[in-house]
Design a protein around this ligand. Sequence first.
Ligand code: MLC
Ligand code: AMP
Length: 470
Amino acid sequence: MRLLRALHDPADDERAVVAAGSVLSRHELLGRAAALAAELRGVPMAAVPAVATEATIVAVTAGLLAGVPIVPVPPDAGELERAHVLRDSRATVLLADDPHAADDSGLPVVPVSGHAGGTVPAEPDPDSAALVLYTSGTTGLPKGVVLARRAIAAGLDALADAWQWTAGDTLVHGLPLYHVHGLVLGVLGALRTGSRLVHTGKPTPQAYAQAAGSLYFGVPTVWSRMCADPASARALRGVRLLVSGSAPLPVPVFTELAALTGHAPLERYGMTETLITVSARADGERRPGRVGVPVAGVETRLVTDSGAPLPADGETIGHLEVRGATLFDGYLRKDGAADRELAAGGWYRTGDVATIGPDGWHRIVGRASTDLIKTGGYRVGAGEVEDCLLAHPGVREAAVIGTPHPDLGEQITAFVVADGGTADSDELIAFVATRLSAHKRPRAVHLVAELPRNAMGKVQKARLKGTPQP
Ligand code: MLC
Ligand code: AMP
């Protein structure tokens, strides 16, 4: 079966995709993408500057038709991060309309627009890679997560089942097109189910209110901003489903959103490496503070540090492990192969700690490591930001943590020991922004005389979290 099944529907839909003010019919998208796919023959990996436009959707679709893995590059990635993604992925072309998009990477630029009416190639092997999505680890630069076509197909079908997501829906969101949420669910989901897609550019309350959709996606920050704009929230009373994910939805936001819109939001949980594994159902119960039950084809369990099984009694907290059809193939290695660590039996440790009730409902308690921060739904590794700060000549030591933020869930907060007193907080924030993506900038940089360390010399981040912020 074809990965983008609905895109091949012989019936046209004039308004299949609306993004950045452009409207694409189903036939136009398929024809443009197929023509571009023909130019990609033999390309091992193609990068796409993932601006939220119709051109990005055409480029990603072309890669998928051609069987060429696509690596989306965050459009605001700073120079260090961008160079890393292009080099590490070993992309050989950049799909972009801007002839200068390659900057100093030296990659040839293949224009996205100007092609039409191509012949659709045969469906690539379902086991082949579809996407390489870069995501933060606790240390070092982001890693390329290799997602196979069959994992994406399985993940989207499971969500279509859980959310009763059909061609009759109009999906609305304004999320970035370089992560699972905005790209896999938010674009490929529409092209597989046949629902229309309206991408609002930014996920603002006003844009969501005006989009006249039936199915809306957002990270918790989007929904808390919606609650702060009651008029826009009330405009969603007639929609079918509001879905929240990528970070914990605070219970007060759940309650307020339900009161304003008449819809209890549907929560689901997942990660780049596993796609969406746990969800409430459109035809089922919603529980604030709980993310639901495993989706079709996915199993979950709780284990101790050493991997021993723990009971699903709703109280015992353990490491959450998942297995099933939606798992990634591994992180991209230097030789181009994918590599991952699974426990015996094919279980993947998510890095989240959770409880599972006797009825299968999951509560995500938090991350096992303090070094992965979730800010506005973005995953940011503390080590990546620390390394970046340490590259500044005025910084001798740096420790980065997530601290509570009312809008973003967590904010990135840095503690810096200056080298010779030359560091300036604003300058350091700007320095990070030039090298990494904008959302990886610390919101606050505290200059301190020293970092709290244990007897082994390791920074005690728990003590930093407890420090009254200067
Ligand atoms: C940001 N700004 C700063 C700053 N950080 N200014 C100074 N110093 C800093 N440290 C600027 C921003 O550039 C922006 O400027 C303004 O402040 C507001 O920033 P913001 O508060 O971050 O808001 P915004 O840019 O509107 O972004 C909020 C958001 C965004 C919710 C729209 O965080 C977002 O799109 N999140 C989605 C992340 C996502 O898709 N995650 C899915 C991962 S996949 P200006 O000028 O631009 O206004 C996954 C799997 C799963 O997790 O389960 O789904
Ligand atoms: P990412 O790799 O960006 O896909 O982030 C995945 C992480 O986001 C997970 O490991 C969780 O920590 C977090 N996450 C995703 N969805 C939820 C949710 N509904 N509730 C709590 N945390 C979530």
